[in-house]
Write a protein that binds this ligand. Structure first.
Ligand code: N01
Length: 527
């Protein structure tokens, strides 16, 4: 088997697949690895009931292949996991990407010594000039170490590592721990067939109905005809979709106009509600108007006023944690077979073979679903032993928080690129278009190296320090740091509290990256 490559790509999700395609297109010999048995990344693992994307399918899709975007037809406004996985499989087949990969193979270490030596849990050792880490930002599951967890005698699942076999809920008492996007999507679907669902909520979340619907042939035809302009607008936008807020601030318009706009975004559905007004995420007073509007809606949806109270967040401005896009979440609490357990009132004390014990009760369960999220942005990288120049480990370099230049590169780690890494817009924008931007930039960078006879590229410490400062300053100018979110690593005990994504928006970020390239890769040492 061949052991020497031009590039190793870790990950076969949206970003890794495109990286393999693009680098092969440059004539490079590329080897990909993924721990999963097939392509899909996030969409391979997150097959829990109700899993669907919160970015519209027509936008959450590759733009690099005009024929592909014309020939593929999405069935729904917000595609289900199964359809997205089928789409990624289709892309992989269309561009023969599977042949680059070794699947069911986890990369355990990568070490730089002039070239990158990559080792896997299957005993493979390969080397390559370049290492591309497309390991995903929400892929390392967070399984809280709750007392007695491993004693539970029933079925136990994590939404982010859902089994491929059918999970049956009928007749079962199901407990769900966690009310982020995953839990909020799964709960109403599980409740449809389970005997009973007990939701263990530590922090409530804001959620807006998806208003999902099938796409009509007329609408699809209109979108396909207008794709070039739609993609152009998306690329220069903040969030990677062609949506823009009201031209004036929430407090610059009168109360009637404000309500009219919120009504529009509420009816439109989904997390974009956070972008109704341009100052919603920077001014607490503006944010309060959005928060109050949504709180009133939650009270309308939930029949029991005490339950409604408990479902309304009181610890963060709306939008500073990603607003969930749901289908029937709040209404699920009107069902006889759904119970809310407020862990702030009655903390969880232990898991027993029979269920979950809180301070006042043992909740008897047949199944326990952990919807407890991810060690986001850095978790999938820190689980690999990555060593750069002079044995420097990425884990040590990032012990006080991730430090990158543009989210793409790290000082001390030559010829290593991270796709959608901390310090990039990634999770705050449309992940497909951000991955395309990163990979295109990397590919142009490699062209430049070849054209100029350069062997290695490495970010300088100064460039990293300046970029980290810029990311922090951008975040500090918003309300985002006010929430204990996974953006800040606040969901993982002991993780340094650093706002990880670049919050300046995809369009601005793209311009910065292009400017740095046009300036001969300012902030890099080229050797
Ligand atoms: O994870 P989360 P997620 N005891 O971290 C609770 C994307 N996504 O998988 O807030 C009790 O948001 C935790 O409570 P608290 C999307 O970007 C997108 O749901 O820490 N509870 C919280 O309620 C999203 O933001 C889509 O107090 C514990 C929950 O578990 C991101 O992925 C769908 C606990 C975790 O929520 C992550 O979403 C799904 C403990 N020890 C995901 N530990 C769509 O596209 C944690 N929790 C729609």
């Amino acid at each position: 088997m061949e052991n020497s490559f031009d590039a190793v790509v870790v990950g076969a999700g949206v970003a890794g697949l495109y990286a393999v395609h693009k680098l092969r297109g440059r004539g490079m010999r590329v080897r990909g690895f993924d721990s999963a048995a097939g392509v899909g990344g996030t969409w391979y693992h997150n097959r829990y009931p109700g899993a669907r994307c919160d970015v519209e399918s027509i936008d959450y899709s590759y733009s690099f292949d005009e024929e592909l975007q014309q020939e593929w037809t999405w069935s729904e406004r917000f595609a289900e996991q199964e359809e997205i996985l089928r789409y990624l499989g289709h892309v992989a087949d269309r561009h023969d990407l599977r042949s680059a990969y070794e699947f069911s193979t986890r990369v355990t270490s990568a070490e730089y010594d002039g070239r990158w030596t990559v080792r896997t849990d299957t005993g493979r050792t390969v080397d390559a000039r370049f290492l591309v880490l497309a390991t995903g930002v929400l892929s390392a599951t967070n399984m809280p170490d709750l007392p007695g967890r491993d004693t539970f005698a029933g079925e136990l699942y994590h939404t982010g590592a859902w089994p491929h076999d059918l999970v049956e809920f009928a007749g079962k008492r199901v407990g769900v721990i966690g009310t982020g996007s995953s839990g909020i999507q799964a709960i109403p679907v599980i409740a449809e067939t389970a005997a009973h669902v007990t939701v263990f909520q530590r922090s409530p979340n804001y959620s807006i109905p998806a208003r999902n619907r099938p796409l009509t042939p007329e609408y699809v035809a209109e979108i396909k005809a207008g794709y070039p302009e739609r993609r152009r607008l998306s690329r220069v936008s903040g969030g990677g979709t062609p949506n823009s807020p009201h031209p004036r601030g929430a407090l610059e318009v009168g109360a009637a106009e404000r309500t009219r706009i919120y009504d529009q975004w509420w009816e439109r559905g989904g997390y974009l509600f956070a972008k109704a007004f341009p100052d919603q995420m920077t001014s607490l007073a503006a944010n309060d108007t959005a928060r109050e509007y949504v709180e009133a809606k939650i009270r309308e949806l939930v029949h029991d006023p005490d339950i409604a109270d408990q479902l309304i967040p009181d610890d963060h401005p709306i939008g500073t944690k990603r607003i969930v896009t749901d289908s029937g979440y709040f209404e699920a609490y009107n069902r006889e077979n759904v119970t809310l357990v407020n862990l702030r009132r009655t903390p969880l004390t232990e898991i027993t073979p029979d269920g979950v014990r809180t301070e006042d009760t043992l909740h008897q369960l047949d199944m326990l679903v952990f919807a407890t999220g991810f060690d986001a942005m850095t978790g999938s990288l820190s689980r690999i032993d990555i060593r750069g120049r002079n044995g420097r480990t990425l884990r040590d370099e990032w012990s006080a928080g991730p430090r990158t230049y543009l989210g793409l590169t790290v000082a001390g780690f030559p010829n290593m690129f991270v796709v959608s890494g901390p310090g990039s817009p990634s999770v705050l924008a449309n992940m497909v278009l951000t991955a395309e931007q990163h990979v295109d930039w990397i590919s142009s960078c490699l062209d430049f190296l070849d054209d100029h006879g350069v062997t290695t590229i490495e970010a300088t410490e100064d460039a990293v320090t300046a970029w980290v400062a810029e990311c922090n300053a951008n975040a500090a100018a918003t309300l985002f740091p006010a929430a204990n979110s996974w953006y800040l690593g606040a969901n993982i005990p002991g993780k340094p509290r650093v706002f990880m994504p670049y919050i300046g928006g995809l369009g601005k970020y793209r311009a910065i990256c292009d400017d740095i390239a046009a300036d001969g890769y300012r902030g890099f040492v080229l050797d």
